[in-house]
Design a protein around this ligand. Structure first.
Ligand SMILES: Cc1cc2nc3c(=O)[nH]c(=O)nc-3n(C[C@H](O)[C@H](O)[C@H](O)COP(=O)(O)OP(=O)(O)OC[C@H]3O[C@@H](n4cnc5c(N)ncnc54)[C@H](O)[C@@H]3O)c2cc1C
Length: 531
């Protein structure tokens, strides 16, 4: 009989995630965690079910239906079966709502993102429309446009799947996704005083969403970002017909294939201004702070999913007389990946914590610097880590129906959308220009305050050395080095966060595991300025 290799199986993702549990124990009061725990266990079970569904639904993709049987232009998108299930789970479990119900104050963001972390890898990127939905709520609330808030926010934050809306964000045009100021979509007022949009949006990932926030240039406004304004659109008219748009096609993409990313032609789409008729890019900023945090959490979550499967596989795969899990070199490879995953996780949840604090009114001047750092660093970690993780399965990692290659193909997008690595590095440099290096240094040093040397002395030294090097570089900063600078800051911050978690775990739980990860992450390298 031919040998049959047992497939890797996924453990219940909440039960099997000590990093997630440890962070929640450190960051939350015991009674708060006790209140949240049932929802986390439920999501762990749902995540397991989504993982199976995702494997079964592997070949299904969304479909663009341009016409109905009678020739009417309808431009509907039929989502996959899994997406319909993911939408129901997301609404019922409050994956957007939790952040705005705020039952646990600033900690509500931690709760929300802990659920997202569990939900994401089996959701076939349903987290993309959820991120934009969350961002749309934040943007509308911050705009203080009461009419739009009352119209849309109850839908976007509904826990009833029948009432729940997702939102798109339509910024990118073929002229530029980074430099959106080049956009040529125009907003014109018709004879009845109604604003209508005309132009082409080049990447719209929530084209099936009932609403979107759109950048367009009011007729007569000057070129550049300041001349753009932010508009609110509902994609369907009262009779269900498209609101002045057609879908030219769905993109044929490397990954995120379950996500219907469309090219749209806007031809008289009825729209409402969200705020002033200019400075739309600035008005969109709250959206980006939220979606970038989602991006970071999903990056960490992909790494965690890959590691869970790789560890299980290593126990089942026998080579050279022993399970792979017992071979020192493979243990070392997994150790390096585990360190990157824990670092990405700490960074992502730091971003979540800061977002919660800012929303609670705690002023956080570093937020504008840390959000791009967290997003860009975790995205690069996910791309590199998922590539390495596929190799852990040998040839099986390269074979589609194992369900493994999709990890890498989907992770690849995380460093492109919501700001590429280079573009965010430049943003981080700009933000550093406003808050100064002192603010960043003080923040990192505060994280190290409780550290007491011992096994953590090495990582602590690595943080301090990287800070010194980064500060020296900053004194003569040059745009060409922005990426290396930003990645160094991101990794330095990650290591400081790991040291804080590790010291807490040693003190409170006599658990040396997070210290091992910190040591290994320091050895992987945090200072990339020399590259
Ligand atoms: C799957 C997918 C879904 C998407 N969904 C949406 C969506 O729903 N809504 C939406 O609005 N957009 C969406 N996007 C678009 C995405 O945000 C853009 O692709 C991204 O912002 C990059 O823009 P671009 O493609 O025009 O590349 P460009 O802006 O042309 O960038 C090309 C390269 O130039 C680099 N670069 C740019 N400026 C500089 C600089 N000053 N210095 C150095 N390097 C620079 C970039 O880093 C990049 O490497 C999606 C993209 C993808 C891939």
């Amino acid at each position: 009989m031919a040998f049959i290799q047992p497939a890797p199986s996924l453990p219940q993702p909440y039960d099997a995630d000590p990093a997630l549990k440890g962070l929640l124990r450190r960051a939350l009061a015991a009674e708060t965690l006790a209140e949240l725990e049932p929802s986390l266990s439920t999501m762990g079970e749902l995540a397991l079910r989504l993982h199976q569904l995702s494997l079964a639904d592997r070949l299904n993709e969304p479909r663009h239906v341009p016409f109905d049987p009678w020739g009417n232009r309808v431009d509907r998108i039929e989502p996959t079966r899994l997406w319909q299930e993911a939408e129901r789970i997301a609404a019922e479990q409050g994956l957007v709502a939790l952040a705005y119900e705020r039952r646990h104050g600033a900690a509500s963001r931690l709760h929300q993102f802990a659920l997202v972390h569990l939900f994401h890898p089996g959701s076939d990127i349903y987290t993309c429309p959820l991120a934009m939905t969350d961002g749309a709520v934040r943007t509308l609330l911050d705009s203080r446009n009461q009419a739009l808030v009352e119209r849309a926010v109850p839908r976007l934050t509904s826990r009833d799947p029948a009432r729940f809306w997702t939102s798109g964000q339509w910024m990118t045009e073929s002229s530029g996704g980074s430099d959106v100021g080049l956009g040529s979509t125009e907003a014109r007022r018709d004879a009845a005083g109604v604003w209508r949009l005309y132009g082409r949006k080049w990447f719209t990932s929530a084209a099936a969403a009932p609403m979107a926030l759109v950048l367009a240039r009011p007729q007569g406004n000057p070129p550049g970002g300041k001349g753009l304004a932010l508009f609110y659109v509902e994609t369907r008219l009262a009779d269900g017909a498209p609101n002045g748009f057609t879908i030219n096609r769905l993109k044929d993409k490397l990954g995120t294939r379950k996500l219907p990313t469309a090219e749209l032609e806007l031809d008289g789409m009825v729209a409402m201004p969200v705020g002033e008729l200019a400075n739309g890019v600035r008005a969109m900023a709250p959206m980006l702070n939220v979606t970038r945090t989602w991006n970071a959490v999903t990056a960490a979550s992909f790494l965690r999913r890959g590691i869970m499967l790789a560890r299980d596989y290593a126990r089942k795969r026998f080579l050279f007389g022993a399970p792979l899990a017992e071979q020192p070199l493979h243990q070392d490879t997994l150790g390096g990946l585990e360190a990157e995953a824990q670092a990405a996780f700490q960074l992502a949840f730091h971003g979540a914590e800061l977002l919660g604090m800012v929303e609670s009114g705690v002023s956080e001047p570093l937020h504008r610097l840390l959000t791009p750092l967290v997003k860009l660093t975790t995205a690069r970690q996910a791309v590199a880590g998922c590539s390495e993780l596929l190799e852990c399965f040998g040839g099986a990692g390269y074979v589609e129906d194992t369900g493994l290659p999709v990890l890498l193909r989907d992770a690849q997008v995380l460093s492109i959308w919501e700001g590429t690595t280079d573009v965010l590095s430049l943003e981080a440099m700009k933000a550093m220009g406003s808050c100064g290096f002192d603010g960043f240094r003080a923040h990192v040093q505060e994280l190290l305050e409780g550290a007491r040397g011992g096994s953590l002395a090495g990582p602590e030294r690595a943080v301090r050395a990287a800070l010194l090097r980064a500060e020296a570089w900053w004194a003569g900063a040059e745009e060409a080095g922005a990426r290396r600078f930003a990645l160094t800051l991101g990794r330095t911050l990650a290591l400081a966060l790991m040291v804080r978690q590790a010291q807490w775990a040693l003190d409170r739980e006599q658990d040396p595991e997070p210290s091992r990860a910190a040591l290994r992450f320091a050895a992987n390298g945090v200072d990339l300025l020399h590259l």
